[in-house]
Design a protein around this ligand. Structure first.
Ligand SMILES: [Zn+2]
Length: 324
C-alpha cells in the first residue's frame, strides 16, 4: 500500500459574471485547475511527485483572487493545461493501485469528487482517503481545530522549501508533516479522531483562514457571545488570549473583530451563533490572517461607521449655527 498526499487548486467564478450564472448539471464548489501529489511509502518515506495543470471547461476565466493566491494565470492554463479527463487519466496512472489518499482538510477530496461527477468520471478510486489534519491533531495536541498547514509546519519545525498555494508545493509540505506522524496508527484510530472533531463544517475553508472551530452547548446566545469574546478568543498560533478591537455585529447573529496577540500579531475573527434544535447555542469561529479579505472588509465597515457618525454630528450642529 502507498499513501498519495494530494493537494489541488481550484477556480471559482467572480460573482455576477457569466461563468457564475451558468447552471451546471452537477454542482461544484470550484473547478480544479491544478493537481499536485506526493507519494509516501508504507515506511513513510517521501518518494516521487506528480503535477498537472488543467484547462478549465466551465469557469474559463480565473478569479483574480485565485490568480493572486496561486500565481497561476489564464495563459498558463491555456498553454500548459490539459482537459480534466486527461489530467485524471495521467494522475490515476501515476498513482497506481492499492493507494490511500491523504489531504490537508476535508475540502480537496470533496472538490475532486464533485469535479469527477460533473465530468461523468468514476469516483470510487477516491473513496479511501483521510484528512491528515485529524491524524495530526490526534497525535499532537489533541485539539479539535482545523489547523492551517503553515501552523502545523511551524509546530513541527518544518521549514517551507516550496511555494505555498501551489498544489505540488502544498502536497510536498503536507507529505513532510505526514512522514513525521504515525500514519498506520492514525488510520487505525481515524474514526475516533473524526468523531472527536466537531463535524459541523460543511463549507469549503476560505484560503486565508487560519483556523476554524465549533463550540457547542451554550445555554443561550448571550453566554455563547461572552465566551467567544472572552475565554475562547484564543490566538491560533500560541493559544494565548487575544485582545479584540470593536466587535461589529453582522446579519444573522454574526460578529467580527480585528484582534491581536502580543506575541503573534494581528488577526481577524469571525463568529456565528446558531440556536440548535435542543435550544442550546453553537458558536462557529473562524480566524483569518490580518491581511485577509475578511480583515479588509472589517476596515471598510469601521471606516463607514466612522464617516456616518461624523456626518451625523455635523448635521446636528448646523441648526445651532443658523441661530447665531
Ligand atoms: Zn499568539
Amino acid at each position: 500500500m502507498q499513501y498519495i498526499v494530494l493537494d489541488m487548486e481550484w477556480n471559482q467564478p467572480w460573482p455576477g459574471t457569466r461563468d457564475a450564472m451558468q447552471t451546471l448539471k452537477s454542482p461544484i464548489h470550484g473547478e480544479i485547475i491544478q493537481i499536485g501529489a506526493v507519494r509516501v511509502g508504507e515506511d513513510q518515506s517521501v518518494q516521487d511527485e506528480f503535477q498537472v495543470l488543467i484547462r478549465p471547461k466551465y469557469y474559463r476565466r480565473l478569479n483574480r483572487k485565485i490568480v493572486k493566491l496561486t500565481g497561476i494565470k489564464d495563459s498558463d492554463l491555456k498553454e500548459n493545461g490539459v482537459p480534466f479527463p486527461e489530467a485524471v487519466r495521467q494522475f490515476r496512472k501515476w498513482c497506481g493501485e492499492d493507494i490511500v489518499f491523504l489531504t490537508w482538510g476535508f475540502d480537496d477530496i470533496r472538490i475532486l469528487k464533485e469535479n469527477l461527477r460533473l465530468f461523468e468520471l468514476e469516483t470510487k478510486w477516491t473513496d479511501r482517503w483521510f484528512n491528515a489534519q485529524m491524524i495530526f491533531n490526534a497525535q499532537t495536541d489533541g485539539s479539535t481545530t482545523q489547523k492551517a498547514l503553515k501552523t502545523a509546519m511551524e509546530l513541527m519545525n518544518i521549514e517551507a522549501s516550496r511555494p505555498a498555494h501551489d498544489a505540488l508545493g502544498d502536497a510536498y509540505h503536507t507529505a513532510l508533516v505526514c512522514s513525521r506522524l504515525n500514519l498506520a496508527e492514525g488510520l487505525r484510530n481515524y474514526a475516533k479522531a473524526v468523531e472527536k472533531h466537531e463535524n459541523g463544517f460543511q463549507s469549503v475553508m476560505p484560503p486565508d483562514c487560519l483556523e476554524r472551530r465549533v463550540l457547542k452547548g451554550y445555554a443561550d446566545r448571550a453566554q455563547a457571545l461572552e465566551a467567544m469574546k472572552g475565554r475562547e478568543n484564543l490566538c491560533p498560533k500560541c493559544g494565548g488570549l487575544l485582545k479584540a478591537q470593536r466587535w461589529i455585529p453582522q446579519t444573522q447573529h454574526r460578529y467580527m473583530a480585528r484582534v491581536s496577540c502580543p506575541k503573534c500579531g494581528g488577526f481577524l475573527v469571525r463568529i456565528r451563533l446558531q440556536t440548535m434544535e435542543d435550544g442550546t447555542v453553537r458558536a462557529g469561529r473562524l480566524v483569518y490572517t490580518g491581511d485577509s479579505e475578511a480583515a479588509k472588509s472589517y476596515d471598510r465597515q469601521t471606516e463607514k461607521q466612522r464617516t456616518n457618525r461624523r456626518r451625523h454630528t455635523t448635521r446636528r450642529r448646523r441648526p445651532a449655527g443658523d441661530k447665531k
